[in-house]
Design a binder for this molecule. Structure first.
Ligand code: NAP
Length: 339
């Protein structure tokens, strides 16, 4: 009986040792995961706090956006929603504006409103970004002589409501690809050389938190916003040596006409800020962090969404937009009946 007992003790010890090793490995993986999660979600907040405190310790550093980047900003899609409020907030901070959008009458109204409210210079350029390549030479000519300190690539399009690819018109798909990806790329390409020449400038790209996973029923929109994410993150490193700041802004739902298909978004709320509240908060982060959701509740939503594995996020996203599609179609039916 004795030798059998000795063997079992050794076996037990070996098992205990292996268990210790497995526990240590799980512990380490857990620690690493928590570390990565905290780094990923708090890096933006930490850099904002650092940027807010910095001037107290280093008073010689530039403080205002004008000092940091220059006197002029270009904002695309500036006649409505987030772009319009970005423009107003930049003007409030003393920055001259070039507003680029589609509708001339709306551009005139917005520039007049901004000029009368704030003491800044404005200029507008009416172009339809759906026209693709030809509009960029026109914009370049109209920007001649203007030192662009901040470029806000805001213009973007979505479907009328969530829909499966086979039911979205080909024209809309071409327009969406051209506007959402083409404008960010080509306008940045046109303006970047002058910023590099002055070793000063900021490029703000409006992506979307929809880029976090594939989004069935919003397939092309979400994919186009993933493009904006990768474009921005790569460019950020490419131009850092020239002292150019690239910022990626990834909002969740904001109350704008883009979401007119969804009554529950348009009602607003803590998680659905209006464009004014969103833009005030997002512009506050400009020059302080290179990546943001723009608004604090969107940051919390994004952090929690990231906890779920990609297939689960994709599944949940699919369910949400399937539901929103049905609601949007019902909403349309109701409106048709009323007319
Ligand atoms: N709203 C959200 O929930 C949300 C969430 C995440 C990301 N985003 C992103 O934020 C950005 C702004 O969205 P938003 O909701 O503020 O949009 P919006 O309310 O629909 O406003 C879009 C603006 O872009 C202009 N525009 C649209 N198509 C154009 C074209 N082909 N050529 C020139 N100008 C054009 C519009 O001009 P007109 O006034 O003439 O139509 C308008 O000024 C977009 O990139 C969007 O993807 C929005």
């Amino acid at each position: 009986m004795q030798p059998v007992l000795e063997v079992s003790i050794y076996t037990l010890l070996r098992m205990a040792f292996i268990w210790q090793l497995i526990s240590a490995a799980i512990y380490l993986v857990g620690l690493l995961t928590i570390g990565v999660f905290l780094y990923d979600n708090l890096k933006s907040l930490v850099s904002i706090i650092k940027a807010v405190l910095e001037p107290y310790f280093q008073p010689h550093l530039p403080k205002t956006l004008v000092e940091k980047f220059g006197q002029w900003a270009v904002v695309t899609g500036a006649t409505d929603g987030i772009g319009k409020e970005y423009a107003r907030e930049l003007a409030r901070q003393g920055i001259n504006l070039v507003l680029i959008s589609r509708t001339k009458e709306k551009l005139i109204a917005v520039t007049n409103e901004i000029e009368s409210q704030y003491k800044v210079k404005t200029k507008w350029i009416a172009v339809d970004f759906c026209r693709g390549r030809e509009v960029y030479d026109q914009i370049e000519k109209e920007l001649a002589g203007i030192d662009v300190g901040i470029l806000v690539n805001n213009v973007g399009m979505m479907y009328d409501h969530p829909e499966s690819l086979d039911l979205v018109s080909e024209d809309l798909l071409w327009n969406l690809l051209t506007v959402n990806m083409g404008s960010v790329t080509m306008l940045t390409r046109k303006i970047l050389p002058q910023m590099i020449g002055r070793r000063k400038g900021a490029i703000v790209n409006l992506g979307s938190s929809s880029e976090l996973q594939p989004l069935p029923n919003m397939t092309v929109y979400a994919a186009s916003k993933k493009f904006v994410t990768y474009f921005s993150k790569a460019l950020e490193l490419e131009v850092a040596e020239h002292n150019i700041h690239v910022q990626l802004v990834m909002p969740n739902f904001v109350v704008t006409k883009m979401n007119a298909y969804a009554d529950r978004v348009m009602q607003g709320g803590l998680f659905f800020p209006n464009a004014y509240t969103f833009a005030r908060s997002a512009v506050f982060t400009l020059g302080k962090t290179s990546e943001t959701n723009g608004f604090w509740t969107h940051g919390i939503q994004y952090a929690f969404m990231k906890l779920a594995p990609l297939p689960i996020r994709t599944f949940l996203g699919h369910q949400l937009f399937k539901r929103l599609r049905i609601e949007a179609l019902e909403q349309k039916q109701k409106k048709l009946k009323l007319t």
